[in-house]
Design a protein around this ligand. Sequence first.
Ligand code: SF4
Ligand code: SF4
Length: 104
Amino acid sequence: MTPLEAIESLSPLAAASRTPRPADRRPPGFTPLAIRSERCKGCELCVAACPHQALALDTSVVNPLGYHPVRFVDAVACTSCAICARVCPDVVFTVYAPPKVALR
Ligand code: SF4
Ligand code: SF4
């Protein structure tokens, strides 16, 4: 069982998060994720767990802890499902939901 399958077996919401929201419903400039990359240990739990492959390690950067930190590679694909925040042991992520008016 992959990490993602394990998470989905515990949460129907996680399985539902596989359906992406159309990016054109979001206000211009909306960013669903804030990443405190200085805390990242490069374990890749979040990379494996993201259902939309929106995260990857940035091998061009070394953070103050000496690791390649995670970075956002596909903001359009992100659904604000917060799975990455749940699996991260180092509280790297803050996830923002789109404003409700944007989802109507
Ligand atoms: S909130 Fe995190 S896990 Fe969910 S889609 Fe966005 S980057 Fe991936
Ligand atoms: S789970 Fe947290 S510590 Fe591990 S790579 Fe992702 S952001 Fe970094």
